[in-house]
Design a protein around this ligand. Sequence first.
Ligand SMILES: C[S@@+](CC[C@H](N)C(=O)[O-])C[C@H]1O[C@@H](n2cnc3c(N)ncnc32)[C@H](O)[C@@H]1O
Length: 244
Amino acid sequence: MVSRERPDPRPGSVRTAVVWDALGPVLSGEPCDVVDIGGGTGGFAVRVAQAGHRVAVVDPSPDALAALSRRAREIGVEVAGHQGDVSGLLDVVGPESADLVLCHGLLEVVDAAAALATIRKVLRPGGTVSILVAQRHAAVVARAMAGHLSQALALLEGDEQSERGARAGRPPRRFTAAEISDLVEQAGFAVSAVHAVRVFTDLVPGSLLDQEAGAASALAELERAVAERPEYLPLATQIHLLAT
Ligand SMILES: C[S@@+](CC[C@H](N)C(=O)[O-])C[C@H]1O[C@@H](n2cnc3c(N)ncnc32)[C@H](O)[C@@H]1O
């Protein structure tokens, strides 16, 4: 039996429900300046702009920026898209220019320590960074369950070399909650929250969410219930951190 207290979310939004919950209080005040580094096609940026904030996306991919423009236009919001790399972020947006920096899905593919140092310079005093990274142990389990046992073993040791990484010439990195927290603190931030994201969502069959009324809401409720429980961090596909 599933609860229908909230409207049934789309499966895609179940994946990000915990992150949006965490960002809610940060975005609830006066309009502020938000930089989404590696913001891609604007899945986060457009919704933040809809909430009334001034948003700039910096991303090296022209295709992603074009999709971002289309998405913003369709929704009727303004998002400034800049083609650029995190290493040149300061030149694009300027020092102490942001109240909030979104850094979602980026630290896996760049020099994470250098990126965090740059983000720190872009943030105004008292500003917040929202970080979302892939979590290593869930990937080990997923690879093993799919029968890719040697890949699972390589991931376990932290020396993964996925196909995507090999193509890009750099292995995407996955982090444990402790590793990403340490890196963020070493960059001079104070971590204020750590969340387990997508603990169950990638395990539940999509057909269940499509066919059973209320299943998506129940899944989002379950994700929310474990998001702040440290014992679920190693089971989460992603780790989300807020830091100031
Ligand atoms: C996994 S996607 C994440 C997109 C978006 N942040 C999200 O959470 O939906 C990673 C994004 O990082 C961008 N990216 C890759 N290398 C980058 C770099 N060196 N500097 C800035 N962005 C980069 C990619 O173009 C891509 O849009």
